[in-house]
Write a protein that binds this ligand. Structure first.
Ligand code: SF4
Ligand code: SF4
Length: 269
């Protein structure tokens, strides 16, 4: 398929879901969204993107671009960089580098392959798993509290665990979570992608289609590997109640959520 034909076909897509489906088909045909110059058209506003390019693979199926200076062996089985060795996962579990499983023992797979596995639930991927440790050193890969080696948010394994939904804070109702002012320590905090939150310049959760990551990925609104937990705008929990905040969106935000403003943490913006 030529680029012109592909561009015409994408221009004819009426919904994000349809566009994402066509995107996958075009990628299979070796035509990238970047090549078509339409990578930004999926965003819901705010100059962000809802889709990222999956890693390209060579003839043997290996990712072509490992993080700089990382061997294939280290990528597969570790060790991971120091910053991850004893880091806490999205679900609050501390990683023990002497007690992690091998990828081969947990059916570790990329999202597309995982969909063929019976145990895989709709929309499940590392980015919305309680054991995931999101990128901390700018290479976009994270780590896992249970499995060794480098982990991409769009991977999955049989140890997958749903992140428990935080309890509604005392004195607040569930309906208020989306719009209530966040505690003082979050109001002008800096996100994990170094963006300072401006409480007077935020979008509503409704406006950005905030929903749960697994649900959005399952419905193909979000790409595999996207959750608030690995978004550049996310401000992780600071007071132990399980809730975080966002530099772009108002209200209480959980790491397993997702919205159309999602941006990969670790990428240069
Ligand atoms: S799905 Fe598996 S590899 Fe991925 S973060 Fe969860 S436990 Fe780790
Ligand atoms: S942290 Fe979540 S709510 Fe905020 S921009 Fe990112 S995906 Fe959206």
């Amino acid at each position: 398929m030529s680029r012109d034909t592909a561009t015409d076909e994408l221009a004819g897509c009426e919904s994000v879901g349809e566009l994402l489906t066509r995107r996958r088909e075009l990628l299979s045909a070796g035509i990238t969204m970047a090549a078509l110059g339409v990578s930004g058209c999926l965003g819901g506003g705010g100059g962000a993107q809802t889709a990222t390019e999956p890693p390209q693979t060579d003839e043997e199926g290996h990712e072509e671009e490992l993080p700089e200076g990382v061997s294939e062996e280290a990528f597969e089985s570790g060790p991971v960089p120091e910053v991850y060795q004893r880091a806490k996962s999205l679900g609050g579990e501390e990683r023990n580098p002497d007690d992690v499983m091998a990828k081969a023992d947990v059916n570790f797979s990329e999202f597309d392959e995982a969909q063929e596995i019976d145990a895989h639930g709709s929309g499940e991927c590392c980015a919305n798993c309680a054991d995931y440790i999101a990128d901390k050193n700018g290479d976009t890969f994270g780590a896992c509290a249970e499995v060794g080696g480098y982990i991409d948010g769009a991977d999955w394994c049989t140890v997958y665990e749903t992140i428990p939904e935080p309890s509604v804070p005392e004195g607040m109702s569930e309906d208020e979570l989306a719009t209530a002012e966040v505690p003082g320590e979050y109001r002008t905090a800096t996100s994990q992608g170094d963006e300072e939150r401006d409480p007077d310049d935020l979008r509503s959760q409704e406006d950005v289609n905030l929903t749960e990551s697994a649900e959005a990925i399952g419905e193909e609104t979000a790409q595999p590997g996207q959750s608030c937990g690995n978004c550049a705008d996310f401000i992780p929990d600071k007071n132990g109640d399980g809730w975080g905040a966002c530099a772009e969106v108002e209200g209480h935000i959980a790491s397993e959520d997702w919205c159309v403003v999602w941006e990969q943490t670790g990428e240069e913006h």
